[in-house]
Ligand binder design. Structure first.
Ligand SMILES: [Mn+2]
Length: 354
């Protein structure tokens, strides 16, 4: 349920089969060695250039942009990183703060102050904010999209993360990353490869291993753990009070909340309980009943359950182990529309869970 579907790994993989190599520069670059690729890239820039690096901020793009800044900082007059999305994820906010990644919102950035534009971990057609910027270089690992061109294109869809590509640029330039930069690249690879359980190539593994000795473990663990607001802890208290066990299943209705994010944290928390196969957590946000489903995936399918049974009331779906439904309360059967509680949640599900 990412707000930017172009950045959702599962979606980009779906588009992967339709990869179109229309840019001759992409084919050209593919044959280049890392050293030649670096040289071609650096040739784009002059001393008096002011470079704007654009990202849709997430760990991979932030780490990559940080590396570009390091790569160019002593070669051009200025390098500024600008992001065109809102940074809401607490892990990403922690990454930016702890590693001191200098970046600013695109809104409020004066474009005419810059002479060169780089896009990293995205392509110009991915977002309307990026569409009309004349990029000099685009470095990315999503499948090559149609409808754009740039003097320098380095698109490698087989790579698990752009941080891996950027670590190769740094290595070719003879630059040893600082502790903060190494940690940023390492975390970017971890997140985009989902700890190497998603798409990754040999280079990702090699770079990951090489970066390991340069990272700060304490920074990394703080960034990875920072996913909860202090103000959200009270909902855990409600969850622990409300929880009901029914045949290796945990149910809890949390009540009214302003944001459904904490329901995901609560559901994930309960999946740690030994011998629990299903976790079903609900809460009311506005006029919607949000239901978060988790299961161990063994002979179970949360996505199918959501699709087959909940989608009659509203948007519902997901994957084998995790699913979500956002059901307008007015669509629910009449006896579920008022005073919804944990008992109602159990009643709603028990007929569909054997
Ligand atoms: Mn990425």
């Amino acid at each position: 349920m990412s707000s930017n579907n172009n950045h959702c790994k599962s979606c980009s993989n779906e588009r992967g089969s339709g990869e179109i190599c229309n840019g001759h520069s992409v084919r050209g670059l593919r044959r280049l060695s890392n050293k030649d690729r670096l040289r071609t890239f650096l040739q784009l820039f002059k001393r008096d250039d002011r470079v704007l690096v654009l990202i849709v901020a997430d760990p991979d793009s932030m780490g990559s942009a940080f590396a570009i800044k390091r790569l160019l900082s002593r070669r051009v007059t200025e390098v500024v990183i600008a992001y065109c999305n809102q940074i809401k994820r607490l892990n990403n906010i922690a990454m930016r703060e702890i590693l001191k990644i200098p970046m600013q919102p695109l809104r409020g950035t004066k474009r005419d102050e810059f002479t060169k534009f780089i896009l990293v971990d995205s392509q110009p057609t991915h977002k309307k904010e990026l569409n009309n910027i004349p990029f000099d270089a685009v470095i990315d690992h999503h499948p090559l999209a149609d409808g754009w061109d740039a003097p320098f294109m380095d698109i490698r869809p087989e790579y698990g993360s752009v941080c891996t590509m950027m670590a190769e640029y740094l290595k070719s330039a003879g630059i040893k990353p600082s502790m903060a930069l190494a940690t940023a690249l390492f975390y970017g690879i971890k997140v985009d490869t989902k700890n190497f359980t998603a798409k990754a190539c040999t280079q990702d593994i090699r770079v990951f291993q090489a970066l390991f000795k340069r990272i700060n473990q304490y920074w990394l663990s703080k960034i990875e753990k920072s996913d909860m607001r202090k103000s959200e802890l009270k909902y855990f208290k409600i969850a622990l009070t409300e929880m009901k066990f029914k045949k290796k299943r945990i149910f809890a209705h949390i009540g009214k909340l302003s944001n459904a994010d904490v329901l995901v944290l609560i559901a994930d928390f309960f999946t740690h309980v030994h011998e629990v196969g299903w976790v079903i957590i609900s809460g009311q946000v506005g006029e919607k009943l949000i239901i978060i489903l988790r299961c161990d995936g063994y002979k179970k399918d949360a996505g199918k359950l959501a699709q087959n049974f909940l989608s009659q009331y509203g948007p519902a779906g997901g994957h084998k182990q995790s699913a979500r439904a956002e059901l307008p309360i007015k669509n629910l059967p009449e006896n579920f529309r008022e005073n919804f509680n944990t008992a109602s949640l159990i009643r709603l599900f028990m007929q569909h869970l054997k």
